[in-house]
Design a protein around this ligand. Sequence first.
Ligand code: ITT
Length: 206
Amino acid sequence: MEKILLVATHNRGKVAEYKDLLADLPLRVTWLDELGIDSDVEETEETFEGNAILKARHYAQLTGLWTWADDSGLEIDALNGRPGVYSARYGGKGLTDADRYGIVLDEMKDVPDNERTARFRCVVAIVQPGGKVDIRSGTMEGVIAHEPKGNYGFGYDPIFYIPALHANLAELESGVKNEISHRAEAAAKARTMLARMLAEADGNEE
Ligand code: ITT
């Protein structure tokens, strides 16, 4: 029987990226919106790993489906790793992405170029209907720019400069981002893990 994989996120930017990254899997991939699920999970853990597992477990229990969730964010060295796990809610509720990266640019305004290093981090958790869980992670290194540029992507992409490409992440088309991103790295590793989990589950069913 064809298996269904739920990619459990409310973030439209992530949905678009995972649609690309998981397009050729031998699984039917579905989304929270497609299933009409609008409940949220409070991200109470202090690590990306903990929150990814929390989200995947919640939606696996809710739906009984194989469930894929990620927790991700931006770690800035000069800000002691902030916004980190708080990236989505940095500065408080009700702000836009532009409000949030504006706060970061403000906090970074006196930081010299050689101290503006940062990285995006992504941890993917996969939970099986029976509750078994495993995780994989990915990172992308860069530098916090002095001003936003570009309209692609989401979140902090406009202020994340990639020296090797001489561009801010939001200036790169999605195909380029999806070859180099933290999410692409975590997704590639998680796909391999998923294939193994599926094969093991099939073996146990026989
Ligand atoms: P879900 O929990 O529903 O998946 P979310 O947006 O709350 O959606 P996270 O808790 O993982 O997701 O927060 C991630 C935040 O980190 C996200 O909202 C962005 O602000 C930032 N972020 C993560 N990946 C990013 C990327 O590829 N480009 C830009 N910003 C990113």
